[in-house]
Structure formats: C-alpha cells, structure tokens
Design a protein around this ligand. Sequence first.
Ligand SMILES: Nc1ncnc2c1ncn2[C@@H]1O[C@H](COP(=O)(O)OP(=O)(O)OP(=O)(O)O)[C@@H](O)[C@H]1O
Length: 257
Amino acid sequence: MSHVEVRDLTVVLETRTVLSGVDFQVRGGDWLAVIGANGAGKSTLLRALAGVLPCSGEVLIDGRPARRLRPRDRARLLAYAPQAPALPVDMTVFDYALLGRTPYISYLGRESRRDREVTASVLDRLDLASFASRALGHLSGGERQRVVLARALVQQAPVLLLDEPTTALDLGHQQQVLELLDRLRLADGLTVVTTLHDLSLAGQYADSMMLVAGGRVAASGAPAEVLTEKLIGEHFDARVRVGTGAGGRPEVHLERP
Ligand SMILES: Nc1ncnc2c1ncn2[C@@H]1O[C@H](COP(=O)(O)OP(=O)(O)OP(=O)(O)O)[C@@H](O)[C@H]1O
C-alpha cells in the first residue's frame, strides 16, 4: 500500500497561479475524491501529482519525493488516467491498453506473455474484451473512457489517479467501474485519487473528500463533513438538499430554486 503526501503544491500556468499551497495526505489503500466547481483546479492537481505539469512543493509517495524518481520508477508507482486524452485513432484497443506495461518492458525489449495476460484480463473486467482488435477511432465516448482507464489499470501501480473516470459512462458502466476500483482497493490495497463531479457518487465511494476552490483547499475530511448544504451552496452556487443514504453516507439532491 502506498501513502501519498502532498505539501504546499503550487502550479503556475503561463502567468496564472492555478493551484496554491495545497496540502493533503491519502493513507495507503484509501480513496480520496477531489471535488470542486468547473475551473477550480482539480485536473491541474491530478496532472501535477502525475508529474506531467511543472509544480513547486512536494509530492511524496511512501515518504519518497516523486520528483526524484526516474520516469519508469514513477510509472510503476503512479498510474494516471486523464479526462479526455488525445488517442491515436488507428491504434487497437489492445495495443493501447498494452502501453500501460511500458514501465515493465526493457528498452528495445518486447512485451512478455504476462504483459499480454494482464492486459487481456483488465480488458475483460471492463467489458472491453470484444473490442480488443477495434481501432480507437471507432469507439463511442464511453468505450474510449473505459480504454483509458484500462491502460491505467494495466500499469498495476499502487496509486491510481483518475480524472473524472465516469463522466461519459452509462449508469451500469459507472457502477461497474467504481465497484471494480473499490474491489481493487480492498483486495490489492490500491490508493485511489479521483476527481468526480457526481457528488453523491463521490460520497458513496470515497473515504475522504477534498473540496478545491480557486486553486486552494476549501474543505477536507470525511464525506459527511465536506458534502454539506452550506459548503456546496457556497462553492458550487447550487441549491441542494443533503440526505443520508446507505451506511450513513451523504446523498446530494439538487433542489429547484
Ligand atoms: N495552460 C493554461 N494556462 C492558464 N490557465 C490554465 C491553463 N490550463 C488550465 N488553466 C486554468 O486553470 C484553472 C483550473 O483548470 P482545471 O482544468 O484544473 O479545472 P477543473 O477543476 O478540473 O475544472 P473542470 O471541472 O471544468 O474540469 C482553470 O481556470 C483553467 O482555465
């Protein structure tokens, strides 16, 4: 299990400070849901954690500064699924997902039977086995989103960073993906950080939540501490009613003004 600690994370893009002084920790095997209004800085946070954006501050994985890791070692620890990456349209689903094995394949080497087995098994768990030889350009939005997630899972890293992993998915596939992540977390001790716009879903699955507003942490804690009518009203400019669902977890309902 890998513990993630972030200290004073700051990201400046062009001349704008998009994230400022962000501190948080995720215990190994826990699920943190990052929420916030459009433009709050959620994707930027995940990209900075994934090491694809320059940032200041510190990202520590099990106490080791991520910036000092070689890209290959970092990729074995952290897998990142962006929201809507540009995909090579002619590449097959299988070959794209297999790219997740890159950190395990030696330079100029070829993938092993195990690499192909891991890839096939993840595609199967995401209902993508029958798409394996299909070109990425010939997929629906939800199928593409599952393929991006598949590539991240194929990486078998102990920390998963997922940017809005369910936005394009139908209800059944949302449930399938979130349940799969939860099972992997419980069985393999994966540490999961997701951004999620669906606040009720976030509240159902996350151990802890962090509300980001204007590039800063506005609130963090257990789902019931973050999903309050007051905080949601203030930071999303939305009128909601927060009820209590299964297991005492908060459920957020939009109310007509
Ligand atoms: N290259 C850039 N240069 C300057 N500002 C940028 C750049 N990229 C993103 N931003 C700004 O940074 C802010 C945070 O963007 P980010 O994508 O992290 O938001 P988000 O919380 O993920 O939003 P959403 O919910 O809409 O996906 C936004 O105001 C965005 O316009």
